[in-house]
Design a protein around this ligand. Structure first.
Ligand SMILES: [Zn+2]
Ligand SMILES: [Zn+2]
Length: 325
């Protein structure tokens, strides 16, 4: 229910009703007959409601990281010399190069530039307990988002991704990226993304491609890419801890699957498809499935698989346990 604003004591001025946004805390003036969810917050543009929104005071990554991510990361770290090789590689490419590239080619999001996107980043960071990274929006036809950096992470959202999503789904995507920072993925993720970027033909002739091959062995490169897809599953969980609605994650995945046809897709049937997928793949098949993803050159695991993983996490009670913490 809206509250009366006690800050105005003048009898001549009618007392205004307000609702404090559950996500960003902004005070929004509302009409007398307002009901939760009927309007958008003027600051973050998410559905306005004063229902509680949990912020995690001391969330550990071990509380939500997907076991496949932990396993693949342990295998990656067990490769002799991997950390030294990565540090060498990233000292050549450098954090400054990444920062200069985005500062020159993308729009920097600030409290004044696209303020609702900035507010969403702030919500994701305060919910998970992460320092605010630099944040960019880039015109790019590839439906994607990116987190990179070495010492200081940056998040980049592609315009083609944001155009397809509503405000809640946009929060989910931003929260997924903040999850990469919280789960301490950034260094490995940056190296893996560099490998993928350099696999593209126009870049293959650059000197950096040669350095990459010299510094990182084929085993290291393979292990980085194998881990990278599994890391996505952890960050989908982080996104759920921020949106606090599994269907926001489900609908985001549906839009990633259905592209521009998403408005004609039945969400319940999509969920049924995800459950069917999970049922049909036993552990043996999953190993094969991961191998297929690895060789397919995809930067992310398939969206149906990701939604089935989120459903499983919710249905086995792990999500509810964390929310009670
Ligand atoms: Zn708000
Ligand atoms: Zn990701």
């Amino acid at each position: 229910m809206p509250k009366k604003d006690s800050g105005n004591s003048s009898a001549a001025v009618a007392k205004s009703l307000y609702v404090r946004c559950r996500y960003c805390g902004q005070k929004n003036t509302v009409k007398e007959d307002y009901k939760n969810g009927e309007a958008k917050c003027g600051r973050c543009k998410l559905a306005l409601s004063n229902e509680p929104h949990k912020k995690f005071a001391d969330l550990s990554k071990h509380e939500y990281v997907h076991p496949s991510d932990s396993k693949a990361l342990a295998a990656l770290r067990a490769i002799p010399g991997i950390d030294t090789a990565l540090k060498k590689l990233l000292s050549v490419t450098g954090e400054s190069a990444i920062r200069v590239m985005f500062t020159a080619s993308a729009v920097k999001i600030t409290p004044k530039q696209c303020p609702d996107l900035h507010a969403k980043l702030q919500i994701a960071c305060t919910t998970l307990g992460v320092d605010m990274p630099d944040f960019f929006l880039q015109q790019n036809p590839m439906v994607n988002a990116f987190t990179g950096g070495v010492e200081k992470p940056i998040i980049v959202l592609h315009t083609s991704l944001i155009e397809r999503l509503n405000d809640e789904e946009t929060l989910a995507v931003i929260a997924h990226e903040v999850g990469h920072i919280h789960a301490e993925h950034v260094l490995y993720l940056t190296a893996a993304q560099l490998i993928l970027a350099l696999a593209q033909i126009p870049l293959a002739s650059l000197p950096i491609a040669g350095i990459l091959k010299d510094v990182l062995s084929a085993t290291m490169r393979g292990a980085l890419l194998a881990w990278m897809r599994r890391a996505e599953l952890s960050c989908d969980r982080a996104a759920l801890l921020v949106t606090q609605d599994p269907h926001v994650i489900g609908r985001t995945m549906m839009k990633l699957c259905g592209g521009t046809m998403a408005s004609r897709i039945d969400y319940d049937l999509f969920l049924e498809q995800a459950r069917e997928f999970q049922k049909n793949y036993d552990e043996k098949w999953l190993d094969k499935f991961w191998a297929d993803i690895l060789t397919s050159g995809l930067s992310h695991p398939f969206p149906v698989w990701r939604v089935s993983e989120i459903l499983k996490w919710v249905e086995d009670g792990q999500y509810a346990d964390l929310m009670k913490k």
